[in-house]
Design a protein around this ligand. Sequence first.
Ligand code: ADP
Ligand code: ZN
Length: 558
Amino acid sequence: MTDSPGDILRSVFGYGAFRGQQQAVVEHVTAGGDALVLMPTGGGKSLCYQIPAIARQQQGRGVTLVISPLIALMHDQVGALHEAGVSAAFLNSTLDWEQTQDIERQLLAGQLTLLYAAPERVGTPRFLGLLDTLHAHGNLSLFAIDEAHCVSQWGHDFRPEYRQLTVLHERWPSVPRIALTATADAVTRADIVERLQLQQAEQFVSSFDRPNIRYSIVEKKDPTRQLLQFIEREHEGEAGIVYCQSRKRVEELAQTLCEAGIDALPYHAGLPADERQRNQDRFLREDGVVMTATIAFGMGIDKPDVRFVAHVDMPKNIEGYYQETGRAGRDGAPADAWMAYGLQDVVNQRRMIDESPAGDDFKQVMVAKLDALLALAEATDCRRARLLGYFGEAMERESATDSIAATDDSTATRGSSGTYSRWHCGNCDNCLHPPEVWDATDCARKLLSTIYRVQQMSGIGFGAGHIMDIVRGKATEKVAQFGHDQLSTFGIGAEFTEPQLRGVLRQLIAIGALHVDAQAFNTLRLLPDARPILKGEQPVRLRAATAPAPRERVRKTR
Ligand code: ADP
Ligand code: ZN
């Protein structure tokens, strides 16, 4: 007896209808086609291979092998499948020898519909032998490769073990494959296709819009205080994740939040395994826990009611940002993605790239990806449109009006330029509080010419603090020591405040007019793109340094 995919959806999983692209994917894969599925977190990727697995098992085609990078994820999925009455198992390092043998026996006896395994296992001769046996008996039905972006070094979570998954295709070319990911920009996507040899696979690309997530990016001043305010004003007593760059910062911040009466826990890879597990369990099971964490936390965490994701340090690129913020609001209710970012973030991220042992090609891609994130952070127009644009998606009118709390300006029409910059989602900081924009051309020229002159006079570069002192005409010891008070630009920008100058420097770095030399005490160097600005040929219009007033509380409307 064989059921249609729709029957399986209803009878096994208890859902009334497919979502988005699910039906198309399920039908294609059940019929034996290869697929690459791009679907945002929470979009329902699992059913895209679980239903074909069940359908193909009913057709007598045997077991589906699911490659999954995380043990916790495998456990959750297999547990959920058991509850739905589907025979599934996993093979991973948590099993002892006897358990492993037991699973292998079930596998060879054709008792399993889905088998989950980690990518590193696929490389072992024993496992390959098992698959050979299954295949010889026509019992190897489908390969599903979850979190497929792990195969790409351009993705944000490269796992070398994924590279060996090409063996599946090479050794058993007749077995259909489906690869799935929640995040992939054009570069990563092309890399997945090439690495996993999915040139023939049909691509199913869903909209990456998460209309219930409100994106806000604020200028970092006193991040701890800003974060506390954000949580207290908008998310008191609610569950959230706060991402930080370093383990030390994670622990400090957890403590600070606790002292402020917020139920916060730390999570990073340096904590003992039992403490990590305990904290994760509390986050998942209890209400209103805030996890302060490094990016080690989150993959495979399926908590529907995370009300906010905050970044107190900037991620590496937009994919990471999108993936991390995507953990908010999986239940579809309003949620916030909030980030504080400042000059130091730009400097740190550039330095990490510079100092990495990678080759120049790799660094170039990383810099380009970082620049795209900086452009998002500096944007004065709709963040959502920018974000979606980065993933190759033009924002549709529908997604604007569908989004919660559609405001009057959500009726914006496409601008004559045809770009998405005119779109107003009505649910990001820039749409809700259009930022003040000022003509920073004069300020930028003063800074750039000071950097140029200082370099000429002293033969070495200087950091942002010293440059700002000169521009503002501050007679510090260091200024006197180098005779920089003799420069013609000394004090030419006395009318600017330090935050203004800092903001302009940050944005000049972001647009590639300035380079921060990490090898030389973070000194600033002019790049070719500084020329047209210096010569007055290119205006610089920037966000005003003043952050918009905090928005009203929205929780009551939920
Ligand atoms: P992803 O892996 O893409 O993040 P999941 O496969 O974990 O998403 O699905 C997210 C949630 O949506 C799960 O709770 C799942 O049961 C639910 N879901 C998936 N498809 C449907 C559907 N067609 N109807 C209702 N709920 C669904
Ligand atoms: Zn917007």
